[in-house]
Design a protein around this ligand. Sequence first.
Ligand code: SF4
Ligand code: SF4
Length: 69
Amino acid sequence: MPPVIDLEKCIGCGICEECMADVIYMKEVDGKKIPYLKYPDECWHCGACRQDCPVEAITIRFPPEMLII
Ligand code: SF4
Ligand code: SF4
């Protein structure tokens, strides 16, 4: 499951575009840079984007099989 990005909180800094799995890219919409999920199925659920986002706009969603202990 890909992360969820709250575009109301996002300030368009582009830090999450550093995703090592190439999930997140930036695009420009109406003169504003916003992140989008280009390859949502490639997410490793590493949490780096959530941790690095300066405004806590990203939520990681774990698939059910990762939550079973
Ligand atoms: S959780 Fe990790 S792999 Fe998934 S989008 Fe964020 S940085 Fe990329
Ligand atoms: S790191 Fe956070 S604030 Fe920066 S572009 Fe990504 S979602 Fe937006």
